[in-house]
Design a protein around this ligand. Structure first.
Ligand SMILES: *Cc1c(COP(=O)(O)O)cnc(C)c1O
Length: 398
């Protein structure tokens, strides 16, 4: 077992932050504890586990050693006291919001969010009597107005960089605004990962992830997590998670622990490649606008420099054309894979208007900056010259 040191740098924490391998055997790669239940030593041990007199494992929906290790690791990387692993990123958003919202309450969400998060706000939460209000989070006055008008507001929810426009939001300012009104501030940190941005350091209360993306990094797992204070994670577990059961499988926790070990070097490669691709796209005659926080021309550039240590691997760009040209480009790429999701080693490309954001009403979608000609690119870690060649040949078709 490894004694985790607070002062370790992030790349060291990414490998050792869970506290080392298996205490029982010394295995450095933590075993996949593929078990649903655990044998009590005797009746008193069982009773003590249930009444909280003893620490230990009861049932894998409640806790599992491999999943626990992933939780320690992600909490360490985000600089949080505790974490809860979940079956998916959407389970993480739902659990995070429901920890503080009950029927009759509301939350304020950025209007530029992951498509599934918008769907959650639009048609799932109302069924529980919880109202999600989506507004433009780039304008603090608009956010404050929405908080003041909302009925029993409890949570402020946003993502930065935002999906799919890569808009950058001011984490510190929004955390202060949320706290001024007594709200729990939740940030979806999926795009940045704790390697590039640690929102808890800017005063945010809770960070959530779709671990499906960069944390896993290899496109082989669907998972999520929530990180925050111990008191918050206890409430999340007792009031929402344990009895709704969006549990992470032990195998998935193991894959994520493995993914995290290479997260720092993968993020470095994603950032370097994305910067090169963004600079190439800026000068491409078939590309009208490139949204990448790493470009000095980007409106979020200065803010991104302040709150991120790298600009990430996601690029959005607007092509010369509309909905049909967007689809045409999808049919022309050869190396890049046309797919939803992001953060894989493989370059993935998608056309939000016809796929991820097609559930939005067109006016709502365009107001959130998701135009018909917007393309979202998750730049992989292939050789950037090959990614560029592919985009170049595909854009020529337009
Ligand atoms: C993918 C994604 C989610 C949802 O995560 P799943 O693991 O697919 O449930 C939430 N937020 C962001 C920013 C995402 O990219």
């Amino acid at each position: 077992m490894t004694k985790v040191k607070e002062h370790w740098r992030i790349a060291t924490k990414a490998i050792h932050g869970f506290g080392g391998g298996d205490a029982a055997t010394g295995a450095i790669s933590l075993p996949i504890y593929q078990t649903s239940t655990y044998q009590f030593r005797d009746s008193q041990h069982g009773a003590d586990l249930f009444n909280g007199e003893a620490d230990g494992y009861i049932y894998s929906r409640i806790s599992n050693p491999t999943v626990d290790a992933f939780q320690r690791e992600i909490a360490c990387l985000e600089g949080g006291e505790a974490a809860q692993a979940l079956g998916s990123g959407m389970a993480a958003s739902f659990n995070a919001i429901m920890t503080d919202c009950k029927s009759g309450d509301s939350y304020i969400s950025s209007e530029t969010v992951y498509g599934g998060t918008h769907a959650l706000t639009d048609h799932v939460m109302p069924r529980f009597g919880v109202t999600g209000i989506e507004v433009d989070f780039t304008d603090l006055n608009v956010v404050e107005d929405a908080i003041k008008k909302a009925k029993n507001p409890k949570v402020l929810f946003f993502e930065t960089p935002a999906n799919p426009t890569l808009a950058i939001l001011d984490i510190k300012a929004l955390a202060e605004l949320g706290h001024k009104h007594g709200l729990t501030v939740v940030v979806d940190n999926t795009f940045a990962t704790p390697i590039l941005q640690r929102p808890l350091e800017y005063g945010v209360d809770v960070v959530m992830h779709s671990a499906t993306k960069y944390i896993g990094g290899h496109g082989d797992v669907v998972a999520g997590c929530v990180v925050g204070k111990q008191e918050y994670i206890d409430r999340l577990r007792n009031d929402v998670y344990i009895d709704t059961g969006a549990t992470m499988a032990p195998l998935n926790a193991w894959l994520l622990l493995r993914g995290l070990k290479t997260l720092p070097i993968r993020m470095k490669a994603h950032c370097e490649n994305a910067m090169k691709i963004a600079q190439f796209l800026v000068f491409h005659p078939k590309v009208k606008v490139v949204h990448y926080p790493g470009l000095s021309s980007n409106t979020g550039h200065e803010l991104a420099k302040r709150q991120m240590s790298g600009f990430g691997g996601m690029i959005a760009f607007e092509i010369d054309g509309g909905f049909e040209e967007g689809k045409k480009l999808m049919d022309a790429v050869e190396l890049a894979k046309v797919a939803v999701s992001l953060g894989d080693c493989d370059t993935l490309v998608c056309h939000p208007a016809s796929t991820t954001h097609s559930t939005y009403e067109k006016t709502v979608r365009e107001k959130a900056g998701i135009k018909d000609n917007l393309i979202r690119l998750s730049v992989g870690i292939e050789d950037p010259a090959d990614i560029m060649d592919d985009l170049n040949q595909a854009l020529r078709v337009l």
